[in-house]
Design a protein around this ligand. Structure first.
Ligand SMILES: Nc1nc2c(ncn2[C@@H]2O[C@H](COP(=O)(O)OP(=O)(O)O)[C@@H](O)[C@H]2O)c(=O)[nH]1
Ligand SMILES: Nc1ncnc2c1ncn2[C@@H]1O[C@H](COP(=O)(O)OP(=O)(O)O)[C@@H](O)[C@H]1O
Length: 219
């Protein structure tokens, strides 16, 4: 059985399939995307879920790679159709995670990572209580602002809004299983990878992975 063998949602194909849903959140500019991309290079067995959003693409962002960019009316239709595992309004734009894609990957035994905000994380915790959630903090407010401005991807008013909203986001950090301070990048990346590896070694997962060996050793 997978840990997500909620029979209404997942077709369980293989009794030895075991997968983990990771959730990573942070205030805008804390370095979440940079950290997640570097983690995926080190841990290619993790699949990143590509979200749907009504936010306009930034220069260089590609449809289907960074996001599925859609109009608000289409997004609202998709909400009504129930295609999202979670969805939320963040900084004035709508964002959502496709239920089918995530369920499909988990059912195949893939670990899946969602890069979403705290509101989405709260929804995921309700439907997938076994998820593992990580909140990324910047080392200071000054550094957060420096990174947001230095990234050069957003208009000044968009940056101001994200900075204003960061307090409300950081107030939810304690709801997460782990908190990482992204000060020195390599240290933060090592910590994120350590969390992934520790989760994989959890005894509940290992028991399922090694069910046959344990049975043989007990026989
Ligand atoms: N709830 C939810 N939040 C999302 C999703 N995709 C992205 N976000 C969050 O929306 C916020 C804004 O993302 P984005 O516009 O890419 O800006 P950035 O965080 O500054 O790079 C971030 O907190 C993202 O984690 C999603 O599918 N669901
Ligand atoms: N540890 C770090 N030290 C200095 N700059 C960083 C660090 N981590 C990320 N950055 C930079 O900060 C900016 C924001 O990072 P990004 O990953 O886009 O943030 P987020 O996805 O949280 O909005 C980027 O220019 C990135 O290169």
């Amino acid at each position: 059985m997978t840990r997500y063998a909620d029979s209404s949602e997942v077709q369980v194909q293989n009794a030895s399939v075991v997968s983990t849903l990771f959730v990573v959140a942070a205030p805008s500019g804390a370095g979440k995307s940079t950290l997640v991309n570097a983690l995926l290079e080190r841990e290619p067995a993790i699949s990143l879920s590509v979200s749907h959003t009504t936010r306009p693409p930034r220069p260089g962002e590609q449809y289907g790679r960074h996001y599925y960019f859609v109009e608000r009316a289409e997004f609202e239709r998709e909400v009504a159709e129930g295609i999202f595992l979670e969805h939320a309004e963040v900084h004035g734009n709508l964002y959502g995670t496709s239920r089918d894609k995530v369920q499909g990957l988990l059912a195949q035994g893939r670990d899946v990572l969602l890069e979403i905000d705290w509101q989405g994380a709260a929804q995921i915790r309700k439907s997938k209580p076994d998820c593992v959630s990580v909140f990324i903090l910047p080392p200071s407010r000054i550094e957060l602002e420096r990174r947001l401005r230095g990234r050069g991807s957003d208009a000044p008013e968009v940056i101001e809004r994200r900075l204003r909203n960061s307090r409300g986001e950081i107030a939810h950090a304690h709801e997460f299983d782990y908190i990482i301070v992204n000060d020195r990048f390599e240290d933060a990346l090592d910590e994120l990878q350590a969390i992934v590896r520790a989760v994989r070694l959890r005894s509940s997962l290992q028991c399922r992975r090694h069910e046959a060996l344990i049975a043989e050793l007990l026989a």
